[in-house]
Ligand binder design. Structure first.
Ligand SMILES: *Cc1c(COP(=O)(O)O)cnc(C)c1O
Length: 493
């Protein structure tokens, strides 16, 4: 037996790398054979693996065997064409190749000097994407703004909240921290609340304003304006708004232009969370959803959701990069270098929480180059078309209703409450979700809208075709019939 792998040997990398690519390609070829949602029980893996690491090296083949037998059963297959839960987390060949290259070069690009190409490519590619989205020039790197790749939307909202917090505290004094107020609608992702917790915002000052079906779950500018005035009267200091373009629950879109008027006249940092729906705005016909982004101070979208860029790649643009740097920079002596000292370069360590960072722009660059804008637009349009078809199927079945208007590729629907009994309806839909997902044929998820237990089907996996959407609807219909007949009501109530 050979003595195992050396830590880095080009020929061993070539040989084993090819085997790994084959393993992954075979996985994709057979991905539809697995239950989409892993069906294992909690703790399943501890019974299958030894208690401690091996003293002597094992072979790659032994690892592959364990991957097949023990790991894959515990995997939920996000890239399955039958995955419709949450929001998609795209992979693509271009994204995969970029990810390989990023792992292969394995640089740590915290300062420009640590790999000039990593910083400069990130600036250039984010300028490209900003232009594709038709973002205002203030977000481009040529002026005082620019883009940066964060790991997730949660990190994006955290860093801009910290930047905004420190900017206002420089004016009003550090002791005013407990008076600072953050706003969003109650449809805003929980990442905002987490950012407030980390940022030391008083829990009662993270104000989630009510957004219900009367506004299509969008934040009302009047409501924001009233809340801001009320808080100022009470001696509080409004400083941050997180608006949504495409909420996680139902893809609601807040009116950016009107909200921006309120933030501008009150000196409030205006952040736009377009984690999911931002990708659609590369299509001219969907760009209007971010009309008003001119008013924003920062804008975020997850290229790793619906833009064929493997996780993770969350793109954040700011108009005032100095605000980020002032909140997040440190300059220890061991990182000093000529380019940074002369202020000639961007050091992305000052735009994020960690010091170290991967060469993630390679992925986005390769996605943009290897697919091109027209294919990316076609990709988005196809998913939206498929979601529209699914919505029509649901609308044709009188036992179901569409719960919120569809804007992108997410459909929110539910079984109607038999005899108008809402409590029973919630149980029924919960049951339906569980039975559908336990078939392993599809995976959908849920949310609550105005207290209604709502099923969510998001089209967006790269392999999904019309036949998969139709098959998903068939499974949902079949399971609904079984459930309803169990309760003796297989018709319209
Ligand atoms: C998915 C999502 C998030 C959170 O994304 P992470 O990148 O996992 O932090 C935030 N906001 C919205 C609107 C989302 O859809």
């Amino acid at each position: 037996m050979e003595s195992g792998l050396r830590p880095m040997d080009a020929e061993q990398l070539r040989e084993n790398g090819h085997k790994m690519v084959d393993f992954i390609a075979d996985y994709y070829k057979s991905i539809e054979n697995f239950p989409v949602l892993s069906q294992v029980e909690p703790g399943y893996l501890r019974e299958l693996l030894p208690d401690s690491a091996p003293n002597q090296p094992e072979s790659l083949q032994q690892v592959f065997d364990d991957l097949q037998a023990k790991i894959l059963p515990g995997v939920t297959h996000w890239q399955s064409p039958n995955f419709f839960a949450y929001y998609p987390s795209n992979s693509s060949t271009a994204g995969f190749l970029g990810e390989m290259l990023s792992a292969g070069l394995n640089i740590v690009g915290f300062s420009w000097i640590t790999s000039p190409a990593a910083t400069e490519l990130e600036m250039i590619v984010l300028d490209w994407l900003a232009k594709l989205l038709n973002l205002p020039d203030d977000f481009l790197s040529a002026g005082n703004g620019g883009g940066v790749i964060q790991g997730t939307a949660s990190e994006a909202v955290l860093v801009v909240l910290l930047a905004a917090r420190d900017r206002v505290l420089r004016t009003v004094g550090k002791t005013a921290l407990e008076k600072l107020v953050v706003y969003g609608s109650d449809q805003t992702h929980s990442a905002l609340q987490k950012a407030c917790q980390i940022g030391g915002i008083h829990p009662e000052n993270c104000k989630l304003l009510k957004a219900d079906s009367s506004t299509g779950y969008a934040l009302s500018p009047d409501l924001l304006s009233e809340a801001v005035s009320h808080d100022i009267t009470n001696g509080l200091i409004p400083f941050f708004l997180c608006a949504n373009v495409g909420t996680t629950s139902s893809t609601a879109v807040d009116p950016l232009l009107e909200l921006g008027k309120v933030t501008k006249s009150n000196g409030i940092w205006f952040h736009v969370d377009a984690a999911y729906a931002g990708s659609a705005c590369v299509c001219p016909e969907y760009r209007h959803y971010i009309d008003g982004v001119e008013e924003a101070d920062s804008f975020n979208m997850n290229a790793h959701k619906w833009f064929l860029t493997n996780f993770d790649c969350s793109v954040l643009w700011v108009k005032d990069r100095n605000a980020l740097v002032q909140a997040l920079s440190t300059n220890p002596v061991f990182l000093k270098n000529k380019a940074s000292d002369a202020n000639m370069v961007v050091d992305y360590k000052d735009w994020q929480v960690p010091l170290g960072r991967r060469f993630r722009s390679l992925k986005l660059w390769m996605v943009l180059r290897l697919y091109g804008v027209e294919n990316l637009q076609r990709y988005i349009r196809n998913h939206i078309k498929l979601a529209k078809q699914f919505e029509e199927l649901v609308a044709q079945d009188p036992r179901f209703e569409i719960v919120a208007p569809r804007k992108f590729a997410l459909v929110c629907f539910r079984l109607l409450p038999p005899h108008r009994n809402e409590d029973f309806s919630n149980k029924l839909n919960h049951n339906l979700l569980d039975t559908v997902n336990s078939t392993g044929k599809v995976y959908i998820s849920h949310t609550a809208l105005s207290g209604k237990y709502t099923l969510r089907l998001a089209v967006g996996a790269p392999l999904t075709e019309e036949r998969h959407v139709n098959a998903a609807w068939k499974v949902i219909q079949e399971k609904a019939s079984v459930l309803l007949s169990e309760f003796g009501m297989n018709g319209v109530s």
